[in-house]
Design a protein around this ligand. Structure first.
Ligand code: MEV
Length: 322
């Protein structure tokens, strides 16, 4: 009797937090984002009998990721398109030898935390290992970027880049994109507050585009401010100047309010965080729901802000950047 070779591969993608300039990054203005200590893990194995109905031809998906209520249901069509784009980009046709892909890990899916990018990266890595393609991180990132298009049409590439490379990065969209990893003197505690509202990044990005076209002068002025702000933010992060970083986060939130991507729930959570001592707070990610990020150096302040968010009836994630 021959031994059965159990072929099973895994891949990981990090969740992320955008510290400065979501949305502005879509227009070539630099952004700063960091990986958080939560990730999605994809596992690929051959599909044995009883795999059920395929998610896309030849690929069976078991999505066990923890998630905000309604998230997975809302995103299922986008997820299907994303998986299709990933397979196409990797030139994989699993129909002859069907596969089962399992998604898990400790990143709770929500808007604004990089869940879609994390799953694209994790899947690209696990598929790369399963089919022994030997891809580099740069190639994995390109595939994850392709997968992200399934979720939000014209992504800047920021989320998948953080998800693939981890750490804290300075990112400028372009051909080629600019990605500069940089360091903070020591990791900084942050709290992410989840409004519980699932939001559509495509709609948020499209809204900004329409409003910008309707009022190019006003938007031009706001975009210039965002460009100046992010340069100062990088210097403040590198110098570990918490007061300055916090002020710039507050200012960045105001600019995001001006381009109308915040929401009453996000503004409420930002206020709760600030009232409870956060050095700065802003919405993070696509907005219109999803998450905020609060700067809370030190475990004590982090706990205080996280508790206040929980007492207000929302979920808080204690994590850090750097
Ligand atoms: C979404 O996480 C970030 C946005 O800037 C869109 C993008 O960068 O593609 C809103």
């Amino acid at each position: 009797m021959g031994l059965e070779v159990i072929q099973m591969t895994t891949g990981k993608g990090y969740g992320k937090v955008i510290m400065f300039n979501e949305h502005f990054v879509v227009y070539g203005i630099p952004a700063i984002a960091g990986a958080i200590d939560r990730s999605t893990v994809a596992t690929v194995e051959p599909c044995k009998a009883g795999c059920g109905k395929p998610f896309v031809p030849g690929l069976h998906l078991v999505d066990d990721r923890p998630a905000t209520e309604g998230y997975k249901e809302d995103k299922i069509d986008q997820q299907r398109e994303s998986v299709r784009l990933i397979l196409e980009m990797m030139a994989i046709d699993p129909t002859k030898a069907p596969i089962r892909v399992h998604l898990g890990g400790d990143l709770k899916c929500a808007s604004g935390i990089g869940a879609s990018a994390a799953s694209c990266t994790a899947m690209a890595r696990a598929l790369d290992r399963y089919y022994k393609l030997g891809l580099s991180d740069v190639e994995i990132n390109r595939i994850a970027f392709e997968g992200e298009k399934g979720y939000h049409g014209t992504p800047s590439g920021l989320d998948n880049t953080v998800s693939t490379f981890g750490g804290l990065i300075w990112y400028v969209k372009g051909e080629p994109m600019t990605m500069e990893p940089f360091k903070v003197p020591k990791p900084v505690e942050i709290v992410m507050g989840n409004t519980g509202k699932v939001a559509d990044t495509t709609a948020a990005v499209a809204g900004v585009r329409e409003r910008r076209q309707a009022d190019p002068e006003r938007y031009g002025r706001i975009f210039v401010k965002a460009g100046t702000l992010v340069e100062r933010a990088r210097g403040s992060l590198e110098a570990n100047d918490m007061g300055a970083i916090g002020k710039l986060m507050d200012e960045n939130h105001r600019l995001l309010q001006e381009i109308e991507v915040s929401s009453p729930e996000l503004d409420l959570l930002v206020d709760v965080a600030r009232e409870n001592g956060a050095i700065g707070a802003k919405m993070t990610g696509g907005g219109l729901g999803g998450n905020i990020v609060a700067l809370t150096p030190g475990k004590r302040l982090q706990e205080k802000v996280a508790r206040a968010i929980e007492e207000a009836g929302f979920e808080a994630l204690r994590t850090r950047i750097g």
